[in-house]
Ligand binder design. Sequence first.
Ligand SMILES: CC(C)(COP(=O)(O)OP(=O)(O)OC[C@H]1O[C@@H](n2cnc3c(N)ncnc32)[C@H](O)[C@@H]1O)[C@@H](O)C(=O)NCCC(=O)NCCS
Ligand SMILES: Nc1ncnc2c1ncn2[C@@H]1O[C@H](COP(=O)(O)OP(=O)(O)OP(=O)(O)O)[C@@H](O)[C@H]1O
Length: 204
Amino acid sequence: MQSKLQIGIAGGIGAGKSVVCNIFRALGVPVYDADQMAKTIMVIDQSLIMAIKQTFGEESYFPDGSLNRQYLAQQVFAKGERIKELNALVHPRLEAHYQQWANDALKEAPYVVKEAAILFQNGGYKQMDASILVTCPVEKRIQRVLKRDPQRSESQVREIIGKQMSEERQEALASLIVPNDGLQPILPTILYWDECFRKGIMTP
Ligand SMILES: CC(C)(COP(=O)(O)OP(=O)(O)OC[C@H]1O[C@@H](n2cnc3c(N)ncnc32)[C@H](O)[C@@H]1O)[C@@H](O)C(=O)NCCC(=O)NCCS
Ligand SMILES: Nc1ncnc2c1ncn2[C@@H]1O[C@H](COP(=O)(O)OP(=O)(O)OP(=O)(O)O)[C@@H](O)[C@H]1O
């Protein structure tokens, strides 16, 4: 019997990972949204909450226990290397949670998808059978994000991009690339790969 695949989906801010993942979801494939799950873990794991408050200050959380994303984003994206401190706290817990999720999901599903902006940056792609990079020129990504997230300024988006691995370096590590510049259709590519992944095939 062929073993079932775990497929990573990466890409910089605004590249279109969520759009691509929604197509996989519509095809019935379980998708793990690491960005979203990180935020969930950050409000339910008490030892993590304590560690984040100690490292970044009590202001990291609102009095009702919800995450002060704007404050934390300023702390980790604005300057220096503080994002590494947050990653060191969050990522080991997130990884353990993903493994448990994948083991359960793969009992039923033909394959699973893990969406993570920093899959290549943090080495997570090595645990995947194949990893797809969603690409889009940086200026278009910025325009998309400004439209999607009106609360972010252009300079904040550029700061986040500055903390992410360049598309060129990610391309060198990716098994497959889905260009999502809005000019070429992505659906045929994804339908093709869905058929392959269901059969355990990862190469064209
Ligand atoms: C700092 C936080 C609270 C800011 O939240 P906010 O809602 O403003 O931003 P959002 O989560 O949408 O992220 C904005 C962009 O930054 C990217 N991003 C998120 N975390 C990271 C990171 N650790 N390194 C690089 N880019 C990141 C996202 O993928 C997205 O492209 C949040 O990003 C966070 O908790 N990050 C740490 C958890 C993490 O590592 N998540 C990514 C797991 S793959
Ligand atoms: N091909 C496309 N044509 C037009 N708009 C698009 C296209 N792809 C994505 N978008 C839009 O661009 C924005 C960014 O896409 P999406 O949220 O999927 O990016 P992402 O890679 O998941 O970003 P983030 O890392 O911030 O989570 C969204 O508003 C989305 O609807």
